[in-house]
Design a protein around this ligand. Structure first.
Ligand code: CU
Length: 306
């Protein structure tokens, strides 16, 4: 019994990793879900994520160029100066100033040239000014709390019940029958498209990381610190975007997905108004049992199967 229960998180984690990875990539973009493009980074649905992608491709091609030159020179030398051709090693050559200057200067030039676009992208990535909405994200073991700071809306988001049941050892439920297995939550984060959304990210217990590939956002949630990030989803790309906790945060690290429901500005405002009214009413009625919005949820909702 002891061995069974001990092996369950590992087995579940492995299942989570293998099953969730392709689905995450597929959900994050409108790119093909198979073939070589799966091996590459996603282009995402924000201007920033595309800039990150372009930077990634630029550096990739620089690396390819360097590899071609270096390996080309190596292979050429090995083939043309092999022993069977009568080549004799020059044992007197220990120093060549010209060559040394060249092989120092060329990499320096390449590195400086790469630093320019990289720094430009990084500066833009860190620019959290002129935002239209601020959401505080708190990572818990194991779920996320979302606070719409200026609107007084707050709720907790955790793995959806279907995935939660199926992941249990010996549940008898085939994970393949679950839609978006381990990538669905009960309460998704709802955001508007076409608005620069600022995220204030922190942790309540251990370090987590809020990661949504389609937005080009991956930021550590560290207790005692508040990290900033932002995204601005293309106006024509409302939809569901998925992510996961990207910092090993304990037993159920593989079971704290992120779902973002991007809506048009009007739909978002309507949702926000309704949610605010709902929560105000719930707060005014003390007899109502706490909803899933209470941050106390992770403490009481200790997952089975441990
Ligand atoms: Cu986590």
């Amino acid at each position: 019994m002891m061995i069974r229960s001990k092996s369950s998180p590992l087995a579940a984690l492995l299942t989570a990793a293998t099953l969730a990875a392709p689905a995450l990539a597929a959900a994050a973009t409108e790119q093909p879900v198979s073939g070589w493009s799966l091996l590459n980074m996603t282009q995402g649905v924000t201007d920033m994520s595309r800039k990150i992608y372009d930077l990634h491709m630029l550096i990739f091609y620089v690396c390819v160029g360097i590899a071609v030159v270096v390996f080309g020179a190596m292979i050429w030398s090995i083939v043309n100066y092999r022993k069977s051709r009568g080549a004799v090693a020059d044992t007197t050559l220990v120093h060549n100033t010209r060559v040394e200057v060249v092989w120092t200067a060329v990499p320096v030039v390449i590195l400086v040239a790469m630093a320019v676009p990289a720094a430009r992208t990084l500066v833009e990535l860190e620019d959290t000014t002129h935002t239209g909405l601020t959401i505080k994200i708190t990572g818990f073991q194991w779920g996320w709390n979302y606070d719409y700071l200026d609107q007084g809306v707050t709720f907790f988001s955790r793995l959806d019940r279907k995935s939660d049941r199926a992941r249990e050892l010996g549940s008898g439920i085939d994970p393949n029958t679950i839609d978006h297995y381990l990538l669905s939550v009960d309460n998704p984060l709802v955001v508007p498209v076409g608005v620069k959304v600022r995220l204030l990210i922190t942790g309540a217990d251990v370090i987590h990381s809020w990661w949504v590939p389609a937005f080009g956002v991956k930021k550590d949630a560290i207790p005692g610190f508040i990290n900033e990030a932002w995204f601005n989803i293309d106006t024509d790309k409302p939809g569901i975007y998925r992510g996961q906790c990207a910092e090993l945060c304990g037993r159920d690290h593989g079971f704290m997905p992120i779902v973002v429901d991007a809506r048009s500005k009007e739909d978002f405002q309507a949702w926000l108004k309704e949610k605010a009214a709902q929560q105000k009413q719930a707060a005014a009625t003390p007899a109502t049992p706490p909803t899933a919005g209470a941050p106390a949820a992770p403490a009481t909702a200790t997952a089975p199967g441990g």
